[in-house]
Design a protein around this ligand. Structure first.
Ligand code: BGP
Length: 484
């Protein structure tokens, strides 16, 4: 028997997220959400860490009509006012699939209304119709970090079980209105983020003088697991779209062959990365969590019907965000930043301006490990290169480092396909510049399309094609030629 590895064609896409992109925070009856209460803080004060420290006092400050703080997610990059122009740019770029998210508070301003806000329905109907008319598939993130702030005030966010049915009601409205136009969907973005950033992932506020209560955090994750499974059950009745789950993947390396480094790697990878996707792809709580819950004195309220939903409604595909790899050691070491969590510096890798370590081979490793674990189709739902880009007087933007990042990562995607990974597609994060979720900075840019705005929300918000726009456009064209 002869063997021939094949590189099958995949979908190429780009992504935004409502709270980082739309703006229009108080337009068309939209309610206030958690992301719009996160203030811009200078880079030195590390907004990622600060977000984990948000308390009731910060939220009350954000609700004041007159406040000294600037809240970048209220403007995003004004996608709400550039619908036609942006979708035409994506069509010109030639992507096969566009990943976008729905703002829960634009459909349900407080999250508890029985009927949706019609202006919100009209807005997303216009957006989704235009995307389909442009010939792109839709990869929908139903909820991307932004929870109506009323649900934080009233219920304490996802720590309360009430959010399950409120969320499923929201999902039902999404399926009824747009279910036949969605090709792929995720109930939640990076569902494991709730463990690292309970405010971003779960809408849970920190107590003034106490650390997060881990029982509350893992109760929040459990409630999201159930909401995800119930949403998938509903989706299977109402739409032909493929259901997915999504985690942030950290691609851990042990610092040395010391067995203790490698045992710690297994433990960190289980809790930080595999736990959530194991529940949503396999349909049950993995046994390694029993020891973690016992040792951390975590108790959960799990109803018998919950476990049935988890078992019966696992996702059709597994997706993940990948930005950098991480290093694990039992010894204290010099740290650097990363997506959601800091990591030990890796002497073999260069880093971005934000300290995220650039590792194309890590993407191939992650693809192999995720596919090997679940043997289900895989989607790269986020990958990209955050950098400072500058608009030149002639309206051009040179971003060769981003092009180099894509070249090296796309090479590794091809290797992973030859390794036998069943990959559906690749979605570039922040295809149009958006406000950074971790750092709240406008100037941490990911896009192949530049938006003229700064960290204080000043600028024309005009769009410009970066050098990477034509590079990516040609790359996709070449891929299509190979395919046909
Ligand atoms: C992920 C989020 C995205 C995006 C990405 C990049 O956690 O899903 O919303 O923001 O991180 O991170 P950042 O924007 O902090 O550079």
């Amino acid at each position: 028997m002869d063997f021939k590895t094949e590189i099958k064609p995949i979908l190429w896409g780009g992504a935004t997220a409502s709270s980082q992109y739309e703006g229009g925070w108080n337009e068309g009856g939209k309610g206030l959400d958690t992301q719009e209460c996160r203030p811009y803080l200078p880079k030195t004060s590390n907004a990622t860490t600060q977000t984990r420290l948000l308390t009731r006092k910060n939220i009350d400050e954000a609700k004041k009509t007159k406040t000294q703080m600037y809240y970048p997610f209220r403007k995003g990059t004004q996608g709400y006012y550039h619908v036609e122009e942006d979708i035409n740019l994506l069509k010109e770029l030639g992507i096969d699939v566009y990943r976008l998210s729905i703002s829960w508070a634009r459909l349900f301003p407080t999250g508890v209304e029985s009927e949706p806000n019609q202006a919100g329905i009209d807005y997303y109907t216009e957006v989704i119709t235009k995307i389909k008319q442009a010939g792109m598939k839709i990869f929908l993130t139903m909820n991307h970090y932004a929870v109506p702030i009323h649900l934080v005030d009233e219920y304490g966010g996802w720590s309360s079980r009430e959010l399950i049915d409120l969320y499923v009601h929201f999902a039902n409205v999404v399926f009824i209105n747009w279910g036949n136009q969605i090709d792929y969907y995720l109930p939640f973005n990076e569902i494991n983020a709730g463990y690292f950033s309970p405010y971003n992932g779960l809408g849970i506020l920190k107590e003034e003088n106490a650390d997060y209560d881990l029982s509350k955090v893992f109760q929040g994750l459990h409630n999201q697991f159930v909401a995800s499974a119930k949403t998938i059950a509903l989706g299977r009745e109402l739409t032909k779209a493929k259901s997915g789950c999504m985690v942030s993947v950290f691609c851990y390396y042990a610092e040395t062959p010391n067995p203790d480094d490698n045992m710690k790697l297994i433990q960190e990878e289980n809790i930080n990365q595999w736990f959530c996707s194991d529940v949503l792809m396999r349909g049950y709580y993995p046994s390694y969590m029993t020891r973690f819950f016992e040792e951390n004195k975590i108790t959960l309220n799990i109803e018998p019907e919950d476990l049935k939903f988890l078992e019966n409604d696992t996702a059709d595909f597994v997706s993940f965000s990948y930005y950098q790899s991480s290093v694990i050691s039992i010894n204290e070491r010099e740290m650097t930043a990363g997506n959601l969590v800091a990591t030990i510096k890796n002497p073999y890798l260069k880093a971005t301006e934000w300290g995220w370590q650039i590792d194309p081979v890590g993407l191939r490793i992650s693809l192999n490990k995720v596919y090997d674990r679940y043997q289900k189709p895989v989607f790269i739902s986020e990958n990209g290169f955050g950098d400072y880009d500058s608009l030149k007087p002639d309206g051009t933007i040179e971003d060769k480092n981003r092009i180099r990042y894509f070249e090296t990562h796309f090479e590794q995607i091809k290797e992973a396909l030859r390794d036998g990974v069943d990959l559906i597609g690749y979605i570039m994060w922040g295809v149009i510049d958006i406000v950074s979720a971790g750092s709240c900075e406008m100037e941490k840019r990911y896009g192949v399309i530049y938006v003229d705005a700064d960290n204080n929300g000043e600028g024309t918000y005009n769009r410009y094609k970066k050098d990477s726009f034509s590079w990516f456009q040609k790359y996709i064209e070449k891929e299509k030629l190979i395919e046909n």
